[in-house]
Design a protein around this ligand. Structure first.
Ligand SMILES: Cc1cc2nc3c(=O)[nH]c(=O)nc-3n(C[C@H](O)[C@H](O)[C@H](O)COP(=O)(O)OP(=O)(O)OC[C@H]3O[C@@H](n4cnc5c(N)ncnc54)[C@H](O)[C@@H]3O)c2cc1C
Length: 289
């Protein structure tokens, strides 16, 4: 039995959002299909009538500098991100997170937009980008808006996008002198699609002092988690073992870990997160020298 009735190939963003608004419903976007096809096949997604393929929209395949931002189109595949000199220069945590997703075949098809739109709390590309203060460009038939990435997420697997809205792409601040980021994750050996835990850190250093920091963790709550209290604690502190220990305690206090039968216990995640935090902070600190 066919998983869909109609498959549309818009070539512009406007055509895509109009198709989502007017095609026989349910109509939903598809990019690489690595999440969606499995979900449809395995009955984990409500039946659809129309799939609107976003991968033929040239604007959404762009990866380029735009004024003071790096723009990454939503249908850019993970492998292209990993190989991009621009992303390597400006967004190390994103390169490291996209480089660990699935295997080579998945990374050739799967897109950054699909990773974000699926809104899972531990999606690797999402956690990598969350620490970089990215903004998302959202298009609807009425127009476009740019919002902080975090506003996309409202619950596990649930985004704030309306049925006729799509992610066009992401805007990342350019990396300045003495700024750097890093991403690490722990994964089960048998390669279940999502990690036991992942974590990204971004920081700016001023001599021995952390001028600013941003920390993301997944899964650490119902949505991809930004550790604002830990970020505030690190700001203005001398980088030292004592500061890292304080940050670890703060992160444990503000994040929520739960036991998931297929991956790990909450206790194990608490053990891991302090190790990952020390690791990413130290790596980012050294890179920012
Ligand atoms: C074997 C395997 C291993 C995997 N390993 C990992 C892993 O290690 N880490 C990880 O994070 N993920 C992993 N995944 C999950 C998946 O590959 C990624 O989340 C991927 O980035 C999804 O992108 P996609 O283009 O395939 O999305 P799709 O499957 O096309 O779409 C996913 C969802 O997003 C919506 N959507 C897609 N693009 C847009 C857009 N531009 N605007 C609005 N909505 C949109 C779709 O309607 C759908 O609901 C794995 C999957 C497989 C099959």
């Amino acid at each position: 039995m066919s998983l869909w009735k109609e498959f549309l190939h818009p070539t512009t963003v406007q055509e895509a959002v109009e198709a989502l608004a007017s095609a026989p419903s349910p109509a939903i976007p598809i990019a690489g299909g690595t999440d969606l096809m499995l979900d449809l096949q395995q009955g984990n997604h409500a039946p659809v009538h129309t799939l609107v393929d976003l991968t033929g929209i040239a604007e959404m395949r762009m990866l380029e500098l735009r004024a003071d931002r790096l723009f990454i189109g939503a249908v850019v595949a993970h492998n292209r991100i990993v190989e991009s000199a621009l992303v390597q220069q400006h967004a190390q945590a994103l390169v490291e997170s996209c480089g660990l997703i699935g295997g080579p075949q998945v990374r050739n098809m799967a897109t950054l937009g699909g990773n974000v739109a699926h809104a899972l709390p531990a999606a690797d590309g999402t956690i990598g980008m969350l620490a970089l203060e990215a903004e998302a460009e959202v298009a609807s038939p009425q127009g476009r808006r740019r919002i902080p990435l975090q506003q996309i997420f409202v619950g596990p697997g649930k985004s704030s996008l309306n049925q006729d809205e799509i992610l066009v792409g992401f805007y990342l601040p350019l990396r300045q002198a003495h700024q750097a980021s890093a991403f690490k994750r722990v994964m089960r050996a048998q390669g279940i699609a999502l990690p036991i835990l992942n974590q990204a850190s971004w920081l700016e250093r001023d001599g021995d002092v952390i001028r600013q920091a941003r920390i993301s963790v997944g899964p650490a709550g119902p949505v991809p988690f930004r550790a604002r209290k830990t970020e505030a604690l690190l700001t203005g502190k001398v980088f030292s073992p004592e500061t890292i220990a304080e940050a670890q305690a703060c992160l444990l206090a503000e994040a929520t870990f739960r036991t998931s039968p297929a991956r790990a216990t909450a206790e194990y995640r608490r053990e891991l997160v302090v190790v990952l935090l020390k690791n990413t902070l130290t790596t980012a600190w050294e890179r920012a020298a």
